[in-house]
Design a binder for this molecule. Structure first.
Ligand SMILES: [Zn+2]
Ligand SMILES: [Zn+2]
Length: 347
């Protein structure tokens, strides 16, 4: 099968023919219909996670496709079922796996960094519980579910207990994850949703998907948002960027007894102390989401789908997809199609 491989000593992917995996034991072989391109893929390519990444590896962790073959002990899913693939594959027996938090498993693996991922015609998934049936949703439309929608849903779930109808919540970064977060905040809460991004196109998209206000990050966004929230500030801030600048903005915006949820991997830090935050602000990171969250994402999207713009690339152009994401020209989600329509993909 064709796969885009990350080899040692480079940040570009190399197209290669590799053996098609054969599922054994509990494994499930998924034919990849679409694999989303995510900022964390750029970190993998750039060597930022080199202590975790096992090169050579096939990146791509946001995967939807169709079950192609099952190992002899794989149960609960049928060949031919359209599925989204869970991003974190836990051991299944540790404290975190048995309490529903496989994404935190200390010996877990992840497609695209510690195991071969979705920038290939097929991906081998360890267990049937790591694939979630899509029902009537087409796999291509579900490509962003496995990371963008899942992480956004988990972030919204985390901050929901802080929000009531009179509260403001600010979403920093209105790319793929931010747009899903705005969508879920509007679906699951009555709070006023403010979005901020440094790109005009993302600001426009934020309004399209339901933000009450969307502002350009132009250096004076903190005072502009403060004029919207009033003296109590924001009850919740979700930071999908994670730079020093955005974390400082989050700390400025979060009001008394508010919460700041960090998902962005830009590597910024935030001073923690009585003088640097409003009283009793809670800080939390959000690491992907749980398997239950992914099932909830599929249920929500079946009922009220978010039409996120997908920019598709054939597998041969995967490096261009990654470059476009790096250049900030993707306003929805970039998706790699391992099998072009010309090659007989009917999904
Ligand atoms: Zn991702
Ligand atoms: Zn585990």
């Amino acid at each position: 099968m064709r796969a885009a491989r990350l080899l040692p000593g480079t940040s570009l992917l190399t197209l290669a023919d590799v053996p098609q995996p054969q599922p054994v034991d509990d494994q499930v072989l998924v034919r990849v219909v679409g694999a989303g391109v995510c900022h964390s893929d750029l970190h993998v390519l750039d060597g930022d996670f080199e202590h975790l990444v096992q090169r050579p590896v096939t990146p791509g962790h946001e995967i939807a496709g169709v079950v192609h073959a099952l190992g002899p002990q794989a149960h609960g899913i049928d060949v031919g079922t359209p599925v989204v693939v869970m991003v974190g594959w836990g051991c299944g027996v540790c404290l975190w796996c048995t309490t529903g938090h496989e994404q935190l498993c200390r010996s877990g693996r992840e497609a695209g960094s510690t195991a071969d991922g979705g920038f290939a015609e097929f991906v081998l998934v360890p267990h049937a519980r790591h694939v979630v049936p899509l029902g009537s949703i087409a796999p291509l439309d579900a490509t962003p579910f496995g990371c963008a929608a899942l992480c956004a849903f988990a972030a919204v779930q985390r901050v929901l207990p802080w929000l009531s109808s009179s509260d403001c919540v600010t979403v920093i970064g209105a790319g793929g994850l931010g747009q899903y977060a705005i969508h879920y905040l509007r679906t699951l809460s009555d709070a006023r949703v403010i979005a901020v991004d440094r790109r005009d196109t993302a600001v426009a998209r934020a309004l399209d998907v339901g933000a009450h206000h969307a502002l350009l990050a132009d250096g004076v966004e903190a005072s502009a948002i403060a004029s919207l929230t009033g003296p109590e500030g924001c009850r919740a801030v979700i930071d999908f960027v994670g730079s020093d600048h955005t974390l400082t903005l989050a700390a400025t915006l979060a009001g008394t007894r508010g919460v700041i949820a960090l998902l962005g991997l830009a590597g910024g830090t935030l001073a923690y102390g009585f003088e640097s935050l409003a009283p009793e602000v809670t800080l939390t990171t959000v690491v992907a989401g749980t398997l239950a969250d992914l099932h909830n994402v599929v249920r929500l999207e079946q009922r009220d789908p978010l039409a996120i713009p997908l920019t598709t690339y054939p597998l041969d152009h995967v490096n261009r997809a990654l470059a476009d994401l790096r250049a900030g020209v993707i306003t929805g989600r970039a998706v790699v199609l391992p099998r072009s329509m010309e090659r007989g993909d009917d999904s």
